[in-house]
Design a protein around this ligand. Structure first.
Ligand code: IDP
Length: 148
């Protein structure tokens, strides 16, 4: 696991994302990945999978004191998701700009959340907030042999 995180950091310029269950259920995998590629990101790893509530709880452990933690874990384990590792110069910051604000009411025109988010919780997509978290989150879903 640690070696996998080191591999990710050394690769550089990477971030981690997941298409959330409501957006997968509504057939927006293609629309969202098209926006990601059009913005200049290369998809390094991608799969379709589903988290148990316990796995979602582990992924979002940093939020466990927040009031929405239970709702978040329930929502994120409610159906299939599409986790991905993405590569681009300045990946973490550029991807946060591409997804837009957490609350879709504040999401800027042209962002993924502006187009696909339904609410504060069902906001279509996740984006890592630091290089360190991108490495941890990428290693949560993908072995180094799956990252090309
Ligand atoms: P981010 O995804 O834009 O980084 P965070 O504050 O890290 O936003 O929150 C993580 C996720 O938790 C959000 O993407 C959203 O799905 C969910 N979330 C955040 N705030 C709320 C809330 O007030 N109610 C319900 N869900 C929330």
């Amino acid at each position: 696991k640690i070696l996998n995180q080191i591999h990710f950091i050394m690769a550089g310029n990477r971030t981690f994302t997941m298409i959330k269950p409501h957006a997968v259920a509504d057939n927006h995998i293609g629309g969202i990945t098209a926006m990601i590629e059009a913005a200049g990101f290369r998809i390094v790893a991608m799969k379709k999978t589903q988290l148990s509530a316990a796995q979602a709880g582990k992924f979002y452990e940093v939020h466990k004191e927040r009031p929405f933690y239970g709702e978040l874990c329930e929502m994120m384990s409610s159906g299939p998701i599409v986790p991905m590792i993405l590569e681009k110069d300045n990946a973490v910051a550029d991807f946060r700009a591409l997804i837009g604000a957490t609350n879709p009411a504040n999401a800027e025109e042209g962002t993924i959340r502006k187009k696909y988010a339904k609410s504060m919780g069902e906001n279509a997509i996740h984006g890592s907030d630091s290089d360190e978290n991108a490495a941890i989150e990428g290693a949560f879903f993908f072995a180094s042999i799956e990252q090309y």
